[in-house]
Design a protein. Sequence first.
Length: 373
Amino acid sequence: MIRALNRRMMCCVLVALLVCQSAPYSWAVSKQLKANLMKSWLITFSQILYPEDTAKENSYPVLSDESLTQLEALLNQDLDHLTDLHSRNVARLENFMDHKMPSNVLGHVRVENQGRPVASSVVDEQGRIEIRIDVEILQATFAASLANAMRENSLGLDKKTDFQLLSEFLEARKKLMEAKGKGTFGDFADIVKDRDSDLDSIEDFWSNLIDIQPRYEGAILFLMAHELGHFVLGHHGASCDLSKCEEFSSRELAADKYAGYLLGALVGPTYLTAFAFDSSFQALTGFDVFFVDAYGRAGFDSGGPVQCSCPYPKTDLRIETARNALDASVQEYARLYETDRGKAETTSPITIHCKSGKCQMSAPPWITAMFGF
Ligand SMILES: [Zn+2]
């Protein structure tokens, strides 16, 4: 699970292999690597969101009802992880938010297909939260995560449009599907001659996948944690009109604060060790990608608020609010780890054990799956 290290080591192996063999154009790949890549969340989500091997400029694919059901099932798993995280941390959250909260939250996600940016939540008759997310938001968040990760990985990608990056990704995914799995190690070093694309090799594809996937999941987790925040803070009963825009604004910031703190509890353990330098763990908290890259692409800034006719707080302020809450959550985790390690370990599904300077992390499958392996 030591992503960054593994990636660097693998690059060294790749370079060594490259020197001594000339590769054919098509991808060849280890059987195990291909199997792992195929079941990664990114490939799974991308196959639902972009079922074809090509993309259209300026429009998202129209999805079938079956695809919406699949998306809903995946997002409901995410929501279960978030409500579990809430239950583990309810005392800390109440203390931080200075607000009494239910310790168990029941809820579900509904994926809508209205062709407009809607992410909202309502309380149903049984008192459960229903989070409604339009499929366009998922598609925009996917494009945003792709662009964010690839631009961070390679210089000069600013000139490429979302459409070009997405087309390259879909082309690479096609090559992966067609790649022949060979043996245990296979032939990783299949770098192609022409380097027009930034995903021209399985190595590039893999390295980008590891960076794209947690961003995508992180942005979705943040979006849902924000809605969960409205629920546990009792915002759903609030009335809103133009004369109460300040209250609307402070409710939005409170939901961001809750989401930052909740997700800080998820990644808290990774901040205490060398894992802190692996940005993919921090990407699991998602608000940077959500506000900087997904917000505009999803049309939140032009779509306007769904329930109140008030403007949302400035995105800079929202990022700052979520970041401060994340920092406070991580500091609180560190303090707890020093004073009551056993209790600290119950707050996050990620645990880290260090012995003589060597640290080992264990994380449940749903987290390791976000890193592709
Ligand atoms: Zn909100």
